[in-house]
Ligand binder design. Structure first.
Ligand SMILES: Cc1cc2nc3c(=O)[nH]c(=O)nc-3n(C[C@H](O)[C@H](O)[C@H](O)COP(=O)(O)O)c2cc1C
Length: 192
């Protein structure tokens, strides 16, 4: 039997009243329902980062994240758009690791108050994830006007997202399977 794909999802903002959390939880629910997938939820709010240090030297202080990314076959990043960029804390958390990401796919969920659904923050993330060795998928999931997308109990109000999330996850899982095969079968000096 084929080994399950292990896919962490990380919510990229610690803002008190963050609306991205509803999108992150909804996508996580859809990911968890997939056959052959083990999903794990991370929240940047749970990372108590030092204020005077930075980078991979700190990785061992975050063993759950390090171990998850060592074993991950892919990653989902849920990020709000802040002034067309990403929250600083998301970058700080991603920068804790490096070799653990190499030759693994990453998919983006962009969230914004405005009409563009985080397309600009996703574009801003691309050079970062490329440097981390992640391979970005071309199927994003965008949540524009997030304030009106979910009701108070976290129910998504727009049924069009059912088919969108299917396509989004299909592509990530295809990339995850394919790159896992590559990591296991095609030698590279970058593999641990
Ligand atoms: C510092 C900051 C900058 C923001 N910049 C943008 C922006 O450039 N474009 C946009 O559509 N929304 C912007 N927003 C609104 C967020 O997209 C909005 O808060 C949305 O709910 C997603 O972020 P949240 O998860 O923090 O709620 C900004 C919000 C903050 C706090």
């Amino acid at each position: 039997m084929e080994k399950e794909l292990f896919i962490p999802l990380i919510l990229g903002t610690n803002r008190k009243d963050r609306k991205s959390e509803a999108a992150a939880k909804w996508v996580f629910g859809k990911l968890s329902e997939r056959d052959g997938v083990e999903a794990k939820y991370f929240d940047v709010r749970d990372f108590h980062l030092p204020t005077d240090d930075y980078g991979t030297g700190l990785a061992s202080q975050f063993p759950e994240w390090q171990s998850a990314m060592q074993h991950a076959d892919g990653l989902i990043i849920v990020t709000p758009e802040y002034n067309h960029g990403y929250p600083g804390i998301l970058k700080s958390v991603l920068d804790l690791l490096l070799k653990e990401y190499i030759h693994k796919p990453v998919s983006f969920v962009g969230v914004s108050a405005g009409p563009w659904g985080g397309t600009r923050v996703i574009e801003a993330m691309l050079p970062v994830v490329r440097e981390l060795g992640l391979a970005a998928t071309f199927t994003d999931l965008n949540f524009p006007k997030i304030g009106s997308k979910f009701d108070e109990s976290g129910e998504l109000l727009d049924t069009a997202y059912e088919s969108r999330v299917t396509g989004f996850l299909d592509e990530l899982l295809w990339m995850s399977k394919t790159l896992r095969w590559g990591r296991e079968n095609v030698p590279s000096r970058f593999h641990q």
